[in-house]
Design a protein around this ligand. Structure first.
Ligand SMILES: [Zn+2]
Length: 372
């Protein structure tokens, strides 16, 4: 099916920034060069440019309203929202070891959450041949109800899911998160709930901050209480590439969505499993992201009534992110721009990925008979 896209974008996404340093850490003065934080505004400038020049006739650009306080407090603690607002109003600084803010961050984050909310509403209210894409910065999937984490402040996908569950004729929302880092914030938001099923596909990375970000994302984190079984983690080894991710979609995501039968499918689309990403260890190429986009659109048609909204998460190689995101949209829209990946030169480790997927299938089959 040939489709169009609606991109939800706000210029405040370029005004938010973190303090510079040594990669994401504070500058010690040991080095001559104070490096920009990896979550740089240039990430989104590049994505904008490639989408607006390569597939201009396929995308309508829409400026979202910010998420309201009522929309945010379905997901976040009011006291945290007030602390974050005040911190940014006073000029910002470092919130955690790796995550900082400036005077524009709270406004950008509210518009990012608003973009995800609008994308979810759009998915439910417009024909299925138009794909909403919330092209946001800052990202959201590490943000927890009461704290910022991992370059995230407000959990955009969670705000969107909670919004449509509260205001629309929606009983079940599925979230598929292919960002290379575990979406610990999204997991925490819905861990004891059955109305949101979260499938997290991520590198088996370690904690980056023992206080704010313990290691999460393991197979045995399956949810609790009513949510037991509805948190489906798929940790992948370093070196997983196009074939490994396709295997995850075919062997795990498709059977889970078939059984869960959601009213809406939200995708946390972090393109940092992309090859040569400085904060990932996987090697997905633009062609691999085209496959992810095509498969996820087909799965939304088959199992979510065609209701699909894609929300940007990470992606830190500032050139490859743009190619990868173009790939996601080409796949989801069923088009081919003929733009080649300039950085696809590392072979993937298919055998390790196959073993990891088999482990995940074994583990989750207890809750999802369709996996067997
Ligand atoms: Zn990430």
């Amino acid at each position: 099916m040939m489709r169009t896209a609606t991109a939800f974008w706000h210029d405040s996404f370029l005004a938010h920034d973190h303090p510079a340093g040594e990669n994401e850490a504070e500058w010690t003065g040991r080095l001559a060069y104070r490096e920009p934080h990896p979550d740089r505004p240039e990430r989104m400038r590049n994505v904008n440019r490639i989408l607006r020049t390569e597939i201009p006739d396929r995308i309508e650009w829409v400026e979202p309203d910010p998420a309201t306080r009522d929309q945010l407090t379905r997901t976040h603690e009011p006291s945290y929202l007030e602390e974050l607002r005040a911190f940014c109003e006073q000029g910002g600084g470092r919130l955690t070891a790796e995550t900082g803010a400036n005077e524009h961050t709270y406004r950008a984050a509210r518009h990012a959450a608003g973009a995800a909310r609008s994308a979810a509403e759009h998915a439910l209210s417009t024909p299925d041949d138009d794909v909403p894409y919330a092209l946001v910065r800052p990202s959201g999937h590490h943000a927890q109800p009461d704290r910022a984490d991992g370059f995230c402040y407000l959990n955009n996908v969670a705000v969107a899911a909670d919004h449509v569950l509260a205001t629309r004729d929606v009983d079940r929302v599925a979230v598929v998160d292919w960002d290379v880092h575990h979406g610990n914030g999204t997991q925490e938001c819905f861990y004891d709930r059955e109305d949101v099923c979260v499938v997290g596909i991520h590198n088996d990375h370690r904690s980056w901050d023992p206080e704010h970000h313990p290691q999460t994302g393991n197979l045995d984190e399956v949810g609790t209480g009513d949510g037991t079984g509805y948190n489906v983690n798929v940790p992948l080894p370093p070196g997983t590439g196009d074939e490994g991710y396709e295997l995850v979609l075919d062997r795990i995501v498709a059977p889970v969505l078939e059984a869960y039968d959601p009213d809406l499918l939200l995708v946390s689309a972090g393109q940092d499993p992309g090859t040569v990403d400085p904060l990932g260890r996987n090697v997905v190429t633009k062609a691999g992201f085209e496959t992810l986009g095509a498969r996820i659109a087909a799965l939304a048609d088959a199992h979510a009534g065609g209701n699909l909204a894609i929300v940007q998460e990470g992606g830190y190689q500032v050139s490859h992110l743009a190619y990868a995101t173009l790939g996601v949209l080409e796949g989801a829209l069923g088009i081919d721009s003929d733009v080649a990946d300039p950085l696809a030169w590392i072979d993937e480790d298919v055998d390790s990925a196959r073993r990891a997927v088999a482990d995940a299938v074994d583990h989750h089959a207890e809750f999802w008979p369709t996996l067997a």
